[in-house]
Design a protein. Sequence first.
Length: 227
Amino acid sequence: MKRQSDRASSRTTGSLSEWAYLQIKENILNRQIRAGEVLTESTLAKELGISRTPVRDALKQLHAEGLCMTTSDNKFVVPSLTTQSVLERYVVREALEATAARAAAQHARDFEIASLRNQILQQRSAAGDPEQLAQLNRLFHQSIHRMSRNVYLGKVMEGIQVFMLLLNTNEYDVAGRSVQALIEHEELVEAIARRDPDAAESASRRHSLESMKVRIMLETSRIECEP
């Protein structure tokens, strides 16, 4: 995580706590801080260029949201998810993503559909870069959530997405997944562009199912390799 003392210098303690929370959360979401990594107040304070007090407040907020947990010796650590918990979240995710896709087909504006198509081009250009593809994938699905015009749905999906990003695995590391995922995204975008709610929902469910298969395979392999 890059030092950002210049941006933090003019903030009050209260706003520093919120700022630190957002910075640490973003680094967890972007995989700069990975599952299993210990979050120490002193290290984070130094990296952010602030005192330990707002960092402590930020860690408490992240802990309340489930983005970090405390160990037996009272250290904060980013949690790892079990195969069962991944499966449970994907079941919920499939239903919510399908609902968002269906609504997007009904409410998306022309410029939003054009934006989705541009994102498809960006994904194609990022072929061979799993980390960038993972970030572009997150932005792609967030765009569809916004197009649903359902604020509550977007908030619930954000919470699920946060937990999915706690995984140590990246589905785009699997050979051929980036190509298949791109095809699935293209089918979803075209269904939305045709204003076809049924097709959009079906495309979304197929995409979620394929993603879940890859994730479960990766998590099973990871667990089997652990000592």
